[in-house]
Design a protein around this ligand. Structure first.
Ligand code: G3P
Ligand code: CA
Length: 330
């Protein structure tokens, strides 16, 4: 009897120790990990669950793609459409436009909150894009605003005493302007409200639209760290133009060449490549081979990844090895 009580106490203490174990401190790295749409390789992209899971993996930044609702609330969502990641077609069948698409901008925040978020799928076939990821339609996930996400990340920064940054992206500013909305100004106001206004603050703002990013710097006078996203090859002249208003560039890693790296580095631009996915390796044999290419061959300063745990772990090992070899050569 006494033995079994001791056993239970030992087991309970073991569980308690595990439950209150603090997060392991990260080895300092000059490379950064950006959780792309959260831990989107494991949970439906841009859900609060995917962001909380990403946070626990200790990336440097968590990404927020942003679009506006009808009532001007920045919603954390990759597309201006709702039909590839929600059940909008079932809940609001009469709200599609002539092109057959459902637009976030046609829905008020309270209506958007009624939708279920699903693992990304092809609306024509209903099939999910990454079949081995979280099963579409299981459990329950909702859309959320930039306010809610910042409060989650800042709240976790307080309760875990970590300091993880945000990495918002202004999506389709020209589309928003055509709809009568200045998404950049609205997002900058929200960021300022939560303490993000200059390069000292743990926030990087990104955009594909070069005219808009330039406007954010020059007309809207943002002092945030700005990253110009790039989806195809660019010339040295393009990079020079980007460096007049941006602090970094975010290229698709497949369009990055050694020459691009050299030119961007000479202009003092940081380079954050996208998107590293363990289940979409292209020509690479495994995820480590892709990391090796990104960090050791291309010498990227950071990567966007759907699998932040794997990149954090890779960099941890890389830094341990570096520190060991530095110690042994002293
Ligand atoms: O913002 C970096 C990366 O996320 C760009 O691609 O289309 O996933 O926003 P996308
Ligand atoms: Ca993005």
């Amino acid at each position: 009897m006494r033995l079994s009580i001791v056993l239970i106490v030992v087991l309970l203490l073991g569980c308690q120790k595990k439950a209150i174990e603090p997060m392991k401190p990260k080895l300092k790295s000059d490379k950064i990990v950006i959780a792309h749409r959260g831990a989107s390789g494991y949970l439906p992209e841009h859900t609060i669950a995917a962001k909380a899971m990403a946070y626990a993996m200790q990336p440097d930044y968590i990404e927020q793609d942003l679009v506006l609702s009808k009532d001007n609330i920045p919603i954390v969502l990759h597309d201006i459409y709702l039909d590839e990641v929600t059940d909008v077609a079932e809940k609001f069948p009469n709200r599609k436009r002539e092109d057959g698409r459902y637009y976030v901008i046609d829905f008020a925040y309270e209506e958007l909150k009624l939708l279920q978020v699903l693992e990304r799928f092809d609306p024509k076939t209903g099939q999910q894009v990454y079949p081995r990821r979280f099963p579409k339609g299981k459990s329950s996930f909702q859309l959320h605003s930039l306010y809610e996400e910042i409060e989650l990340i800042q709240g976790l920064n307080q309760s875990t005493t970590n300091d993880i940054g945000i990495y918002p992206e202004i999506k389709k500013p020209a589309f928003h302007l055509k709809e009568g909305k200045d998404i950049s100004q609205i997002v900058l106001d929200v960021l300022r409200l939560y303490g993000y206004s200059d390069k000292e603050d743990n926030c990087i703002l990104q955009c594909f639209d070069n005219n808009e990013l330039k406007r954010i710097r020059q007309e809207l006078q943002s002092e945030l760290f700005l990253v110009q996203l790039i989806e195809s090859e660019v010339t040295k002249e393009h990079l020079e133009a980007f460096s007049s208003y941006a602090d970094g560039v975010g290229p698709w890693y497949k369009v990055v060449s050694p020459q691009f790296i050299k030119e961007a580095q000479e202009l003092g631009l940081k380079i954050h490549g996208y998107t590293f996915r363990a289940d979409d390796l292209g020509d690479f044999q495994d995820f480590d081979a892709l990391f090796d290419y990104g960090f050791n061959i291309l010498n990227l300063d950071g990567v966007f990844t759907d699998h932040p745990d794997k990149v954090v772990s890779y960099l941890h090992h890389l830094n341990s090895e570096k520190q060991d070899s530095e110690t042994s050569s002293e």
